[in-house]
Design a protein around this ligand. Structure first.
Ligand code: C5P
Length: 225
């Protein structure tokens, strides 16, 4: 396993289903990095909103977000919300439908970003999401923007959902992803976009391992070179 610098940051952004989380997880394992799944944090606060039946822009929700404890265990595989393991609950269709509306609230983003930057200060990290290369870690050592056709992304998400026994059609998944992309790309605050200095990777016809190897090659080449 190659160790990159003691305080190196790899940031990856891209739309839903572009392969970011699987790729980032594998790279974290191979390079011995901390893994930050930033979407899981927005999903956790969306769960707070759903459970308390609060509107995304309500002051009560913001108070809950400020007071809550979000913690990752097992290098990002488990997420604890106020000490409760919510790793499965944050991936339901109900959360998928609401999350972009919660994530567009600037005050909520502010709280989450502060938390992410604290985690980033703990050591070498690979972090993925929608604004990691632009807002959270604008000075990241390595930046990547992953994308793929919407049909390919929907197929990947469908396979994931089917493994969890969720009964849903490809058309429904594609509609949900397109709707979320649109909201994430057009919101006023921290919209999803490729940073000017990010390396773009189209993953449509690539396997996970090809993308992992490509990113590791970029990172290691720079380390050696
Ligand atoms: O990455 P994932 O699909 O789990 O993200 C869920 C949602 O969280 C995204 O669709 C987006 O609305 C929000 N998000 C965000 N900024 C991030 C990561 C996720 O707004 N950095």
């Amino acid at each position: 396993m190659k160790k990159i610098g003691s305080q190196a940051t790899i940031a990856i952004d891209g739309p839903a289903g572009s392969g970011k989380s699987t790729v980032a997880r594998r790279i974290a394992e191979r390079l011995g990095l901390l893994y930050l799944d930033s979407g899981a944090m927005y999903r956790a606060v969306t769960l707070l909103a759903i459970r308390s039946e609060l509107a995304a822009d309500s002051p009560e929700l913001l108070e809950q977000v400020k007071a809550c404890h979000i913690k990752f265990e097992d290098n990002g595989k488990t997420i604890l919300l106020n000490a409760e393991d919510v790793s499965v609950q944050i991936r339901t269709p109900a959360v998928n439908r609401r999350v972009a509306d919660v994530a567009k609230i600037p005050e909520i983003r502010h709280e989450i970003v502060k938390h992410q930057q604290r985690i980033g200060g703990e050591g070498s990290i690979i972090a993925e999401g929608r604004d990691l290369t632009t807002i959270v870690f604008p000075n990241a050592d390595f930046k990547f923007y992953l994308d793929a056709s919407v049909t390919e992304r929907a197929k990947r998400r469908l396979a994931e959902l089917q493994r969890q026994n969720v009964d849903i059609t490809l058309a429904a998944v594609e509609a949900e992803i397109s709707d979320r992309d649109e909201k994430d790309k057009t919101r006023a605050h921290s919209p999803l976009r490729a940073a000017d200095d990010a390396i773009r990777v189209d993953t449509t016809d690539k396997t996970i391992n090809e993308v992992v190897d490509f990113i590791i090659a970029q990172v290691c080449e720079d380390e050696i070179g």
